[in-house]
Design a binder for this molecule. Structure first.
Ligand SMILES: C[S@@+](CC[C@H](N)C(=O)[O-])C[C@H]1O[C@@H](n2cnc3c(N)ncnc32)[C@H](O)[C@@H]1O
Length: 523
């Protein structure tokens, strides 16, 4: 594999002797890179390759929980393939003010932007010049009846930004083109047939970039599909995609040992959630750990073109949680699980009475439940509680749909009208405590260690325990000493939450307030 100097981008072979991960054109650039920050990250991981994962990363030394493994700026970012109207300058979703009847449009290329300021944004300028030169005028406009409508015209923006790198940042372009694409698997899919018609003709015929042939343009789209991370810019509603070429080297596992977060300027931080011994594979998750195996596998196959064979996927019980299983309607005691979780079409069978259900039927059932969950009133926890009662016989307490509902309940209790913490009954507070404790057990299995999920659950749990202690003390149900002991317990939970979440700038003031308030209660 050709590698490029980390400083000037020419092809190079002199490897950093520490991590063997970065190459330089010579000693001089090695020194520059060391001083500019490599000394903090050197030796933490190295890239290796095998038949199962392709290129992937292993720990070059023991890595401690919460240690930062990688900090990286995106090579490119922008709208997803289909996106609601989004400012190409600052990546915010576009909403009209009361005075507007249509979006503000860039004075040159006519793409919707949030304001004139964004016409000069570093993300937009290069593409704007090219669009303007080719007389292309974007047609996206605001139609009140279709507020939030997703537009497929956005599919051209990030590929265009990549193609423009060829002149603007040749090293970045070469690094990008060196990433995995799976183009041969994708090329005959319906999506790529559409891209052949739309994207390729847009780039070559409309923009006149004939130096890029059809295969190169489709390869760019395929690399984006294989390697993009979904980024939710802090304090914004939008979802965008971005490519981080170093982070792209990490393989997937459905029980990851890292988590990634994004800073306000889109820098990615990859953080170890557990201790990772030297020589172990460092992995991220490309999917959502709170999906069942059928859904995760389907997503990984379709979006990332591989079948996951991690411990969780290989085990039909999903690590003894029976996350995707349902209760057997015939014997009423067993659970129905896949007979071969590596084959998505294999039959499902009760572990006790051998009652069988076709995979297709399990899939239909899951889809129907998802549709029902989506229709629940997001401001009424009672609708979510009723769902649990309705399906208590079919869905066991750790079934993925039940866990999804329980997680939603932890978000609703304490946050919606009629159920703010001060309004909640003692029983409702206890209910939220029980839910948090149950979910922490699930978090420990699917996202072990210092995951964001754990951090947020600890915050919720600590808040409820504090309220409960205060109420019990005020009602003379607790002595002062016992109340203090319980508050110390809350403080321990809070401190663990702080150790996990403090790295996120958006969480810092929330955490500081929580610690201040609890310290005050303790006094
Ligand atoms: C973001 S890239 C990772 C780097 C890639 N292996 C390479 O050599 O460029 C994602 C691709 O890596 C491979 N991959 C990652 N995790 C995997 C896993 N757990 N099992 C099999 N293949 C995996 C798949 O081909 C996937 O589409």
């Amino acid at each position: 594999m050709v590698q490029f100097c980390a400083v000037c981008g020419v092809s190079a072979v002199l490897k950093c002797g520490g991590c063997k991960n970065i190459v330089y054109c010579g000693k001089e650039h090695q020194k520059v890179h060391w001083k500019s920050g490599h000394k903090n990250l050197c030796k933490i991981y190295e890239i290796t390759s095998n038949d199962k994962f392709g290129r992937h990363c292993i720990a070059s030394r023991d890595i401690k929980q919460n240690e930062i493994i990688l900090r990286e700026q995106p090579l490119v970012l922008g709208p997803k393939v289909v996106s609601p109207a989004l400012c190409l300058g600052c990546n915010q979703n576009l909403e009209l003010t009361e005075m507007q009847t249509d979006f503000f449009k860039c004075s040159k290329c006519k793409w919707p932007l949030c304001s004139k300021n964004c016409e000069k944004s570093k993300f937009h300028v290069a593409e704007c010049n090219l669009l303007y030169k080719s007389n292309y005028q974007c047609q996206i406009s605001y139609v009140a009846a279709e507020k939030g409508k997703k537009e497929s015209a956005y599919c051209t923006i990030v590929p265009l930004r990549i193609l423009l790198l060829k002149n603007e940042n040749p090293t970045g372009f070469k690094e990008f083109m060196n990433l995995e694409d799976h183009l041969d698997q994708r090329i005959n899919t319906p999506l790529y047939k559409i891209l052949k018609l739309n994207l390729v003709s847009f780039v070559r015929n409309v923009l006149g970039l004939v130096e890029f042939d059809e295969r190169t343009i489709l390869k760019v789209a395929a690399i984006l599909d294989t390697n993009s991370f979904e980024v939710r810019p802090l304090k914004q509603q939008s979802k965008i995609r971005a490519v981080y070429t170093k982070a792209s080297m990490f393989s997937h596992d459905c029980v990851p040992n890292t988590r990634h977060i994004f800073t306000e300027n889109y820098e990615m931080l990859l953080v170890a959630t557990v201790d990772i011994p030297k020589g172990s594979v460092i992995n991220v998750t490309y999917t959502q750990p709170l999906k069942n195996t059928l859904d995760r596998q389907e997503h990984l196959k379709q979006a990332k073109c591989f079948e996951c064979s991690c411990m969780r996927c290989s085990d039909p019980t999903e690590l003894k949680t029976y996350f995707g299983a349902i209760n057997c309607s015939r014997c009423k005691t067993g659970k129905i699980i896949s007979t071969d979780s590596s084959n998505l079409t294999s039959v499902w069978k009760c572990e006790i009475c051998d009652h069988e259900i076709a995979a297709k039927q399990i899939k239909w059932g899951n889809t129907a439940l998802q549709t029902e969950i989506a229709s629940l009133n997001k401001n009424d926890p009672m609708e979510f509680e009723q769902f649990l009662v309705k399906y208590a016989e079919t869905l066991h307490p750790l079934n993925c749909h039940v866990i999804q509902i329980k997680y939603a309940l932890t978000q609703l209790y304490g946050n919606v009208r009629g159920f703010m913490l001060s309004e909640m009954t003692d029983a409702a507070i206890q209910r939220k405590i029980n839910l948090c404790e149950e979910l922490l057990k699930v978090a420990e299995i699917f996202e072990p260690g210092a995951s964001r999920f754990r951090g947020l659950l600890l915050l919720d749990l600590q808040e409820c325990l504090t309220v409960q202690t205060k109420r019990e003390f005020n009602n003379d149900l607790l002595t002062k000493e016992n109340a203090q002991a319980q508050l110390v317990e809350s403080m321990n939970l809070l401190q663990e939450a702080v150790s996990i979440l403090k790295i996120e700038s958006a969480m810092q003031s929330i955490l500081e307030d929580r610690v201040k308030n609890l310290a005050f209660e303790l006094e």
